[in-house]
Ligand binder design. Sequence first.
Ligand code: C2E
Ligand code: CA
Ligand code: CA
Length: 476
Amino acid sequence: MSLNHLHYETIIRTTVPIAITVVISFLYTKKVEHHQTQLRHIARSDHLTGLYNRRKLISWLKNKEHTVSNTTGHLLFLCLGVDNFKHINDQYGHEFGDNLLRKIAVTVEQQLAAMNITNRDTVISRVAGDEFVVGVYGSLPYSLVKSISTELLKSVNKIECVNGISLSVDACVGLTARSRPFCYEQVIKEAHIAMYEAKKVSKNQMRFYSSKLAKKVKEKLNIVELLKSALVNDEFYLVFMPVYGPTGHRITGAEALIRTHNDALSTYTPDVYIPVAEEHGLIHQLDEMVIRKAFKTLKHSSLNQLDTFSLAINISSQQLKNKHFPKMANTMALEEEIDPNQIEFELTETALVDFDQTSIDIIKQTKTYGFRVALDDFGTGYTAFSQLQNFPVDTLKIDRSFTSNIDGKNIDQGKMVDVILSLAHLYNLNVVAEGVENSEQLDYLKHRHCDSYQGYYLSKPISWHEMLALINHEST
Ligand code: C2E
Ligand code: CA
Ligand code: CA
């Protein structure tokens, strides 16, 4: 064997394993890298839709925190929330809900691509259940900002069928924008606040975050804290607005109205803080407290068990979703020895509660205990007159805006009152006219056989004792 041959053999023996090791480790590294990329993708993407998740969204936003400027580009940040998603999930099941979210994700992506938004520096993500967030960075004229949200809403509305089931999908959009350095947490918060405000208005709405909106939200949160502490410290009391019978001379009942001793809260009227209590889950506690106080007041008075006197108590229309309400009211009446026939619960017709079968059942059950039910502020809400026959209510309260239209000079102004009165008589309903502020209004209503009246002309809301004194004075 030549020396040369030996040399080659040595070279081959040493280099081939090295080459194999190099190739293997190269392939291994590639595989690890691929794996890592996949892991990174999983860590940054939403498992359900494949869109970016909250983490990736935050890192994208953080990158922009200090680069945003008027000259180089703006940031547009948009939060889209599906309306009534929980309801859809409950009704059709979670798998259906998941498929709907996937469909929305694809729709959002396709719509943004169709508008050439995705060629920009963009992030599309799902941050929580039914909330999608889009961030766009670049030169963004206002018209484009507006059309992004309207087109997104339109495209989501166009989803008509999931899993072979047809449905209509609604959503709301909250927007915020930046042209200066910002804090990412604030931007996320603002888009959410704007979206929740949009949702409060109605379906398929969009709202831009503004400092005015921020102030409103802050004030509301302050009211929430005041309500909580007033509830804990028992700082509420009731005043009573006398209700007069057909002649307008005799008190036949009263409406309990909430008031507070809490100085800070008393700077707001119930019109302001009751809706806040409704929005922030405090209304059940508040309504129960009012009912208890009203029952206790009646219990300890000469008017208790007097069937010529009726006490009206306002309750939130949210009670129409509360299956425990009728029993709770009845138990309380038993505890306080109140005859339910003396009590009338007043419900305001609102857009938020549709009178579905559940709410009709709750009204019916409340009535089986002997309580009566009135529809408050009638005429301002959403009840079609033709639907009245389906509502098991006893009384209609004509809203004071209609009463104030009766001015004695212009006869046409009272037309709405006339319509309500004839309709109520047709359905055998009792009618109370609210907001009677002068003798002309009272005379007009008397001539049209209204059943009862209340208003500043007759009496302002007063304490229970003051009202008892008025009643005693009548009978002397
Ligand atoms: P509402 O049930 O329609 O009550 C009538 C409101 O109109 C009362 O205001 C009353 O003071 C006022 N009012 C009555 N007559 C006249 C009048 O002739 N002229 C004028 N200008 N105003 C009149 P208040 O007490 O501020 O209550 C506002 C609303 O807050 C109530 O409207 C009711 O929706 C709600 N509310 C009041 N107390 C309670 C309560 O205890 N529970 C619940 N859930 N809501 C309540
Ligand atoms: Ca009322
Ligand atoms: Ca009313």
